[in-house]
Design a protein around this ligand. Structure first.
Ligand code: NAP
Length: 298
């Protein structure tokens, strides 16, 4: 049974930097909730915070970091370039840094492989796509403002396109993708790994009103181990080899989700969770002006 100390565990990226295995997610947190959650997480010991310009809460995340008293240098901070900012990478980064009240990011992700026309958000630019955005993002490396660059929501089809582009000189350090037992994406994870790209699992608990919290297999394993379903779900992701970024704005849950040391799942328990047959996806691409998921992830 794997019993790594998960709260101090890191994954080494293709740049040599080490991303903490467990972070705090911040999507769909209501105003005035995030600063408290970030502060509670950092006080509990978390050292990895995940946000995005699109979440509209970067300023609150920055406030929470300040209120925690934890030095910025001890924190891994990830944010994401929003789709309508693809032609304005430098300005997008500056806006995020200003809101987060920091001089640098540990990880800057392209949120979606979708260059939304900033004048008409129902449209994709005709003369620009994610390869152009990545070309611009690469220029940030070495400026001191961004330690690592990566992508999010890249399926194999789009990752192949990105890596095949003559402009691509930097392999993304991370592909942040939806990963939970009902969307395990084994082909995509294996593909990322084969290219030296670390996978971070988002919606790792199954997101808002997760049906996984009442799944018989998860509940059975949780009960047998004296753990919560959420802890079991996080341990499953960690056992599979990706980082997890559970979101909670409830300080007690933030703390409970951090209780991941001194225990683990057996190979049989991991396999039992792997074999949960139900499938659902939290994030689809219907709201975007282009398709980004092609069913090529499992
Ligand atoms: P999630 O972390 O899978 O689940 C969050 C939900 O679970 C919230 O409703 C939360 O409630 C609840 N919860 C958390 N811990 C709990 C516990 N111990 N007991 C009971 N309920 C608990 O969902 P997510 O926000 O979709 O994903 C996590 C993070 O991944 C996001 O916040 C974001 O940072 C990132 N993400 C990235 C993308 C992308 O496109 N790159 C997409 C989606 C998500 P409360 O908050 O009310 O406590």
């Amino acid at each position: 049974m794997a019993e790594t100390k998960q709260t101090t565990r890191t994954f080494t990226l293709n740049t040599g930097d080490k991303i903490p295995a467990v972070g705090l997610g911040t999507w769909r947190a209501k105003p005035n909730e995030v600063a408290t959650a970030v502060e509670a997480a950092l006080r509990a010991g978390y050292r990895h915070i995940d946000t995005a310009h699109a979440y509209g809460n970067e300023r609150e995340v920055g406030d929470g970091i300040k209120a925690s008293g934890v030095p910025r240098s001890e924190i891994w901070l990830t944010t994401k370039l929003d789709n309508p900012w693809h032609k304005h990478v430098v300005e997008g980064l500056s806006a995020s840094l200003e809101a987060l009240q920091t001089d640098y990011l540990d990880l800057f992700l392209m949120h979606w492989p979708c260059s939304t026309d900033s004048d008409d958000k129902s449209k994709h630019y005709a003369d620009w796509d994610f390869r152009d955005t990545w070309r611009e993002m690469q220029k940030l490396v070495g400026t001191g403002k961004v330690r690592n660059i990566g992508v999010s929501n890249f399926a194999i089809t789009n990752m192949e396109k990105l890596l095949a582009s003559p402009d691509t000189k930097v392999v993304p350090a991370v592909n942040q993708i939806e990963l939970h037992p009902s969307n395990p994406s084994p082909k995509l994870v294996a593909y990322n790994t084969s290219k030296g790209i670390h996978s971070t699992g988002y919606s790792c608990l199954g997101s808002l009103d997760s049906p996984l919290y009442t799944n018989d297999k998860i509940l059975g394993i949780a009960e047998a181990k004296g753990k919560t379903p959420q802890q079991v779900l996080l341990m499953w992701g960690l056992s599979k080899g990706w980082s997890v970024i559970p979101k909670s704005v409830t300080p007690k849950r933030v703390e409970a989700n951090w209780q991941l040391d001194g225990w683990g799942l057996t190979d049989d328990e991991v396999k039992a969770i792997d074999s949960i047959p139900d499938r659902f996806k939290v994030c689809d691409d219907g709201w975007l002006p282009v398709k980004v998921f092609f069913g090529d992830d499992e």
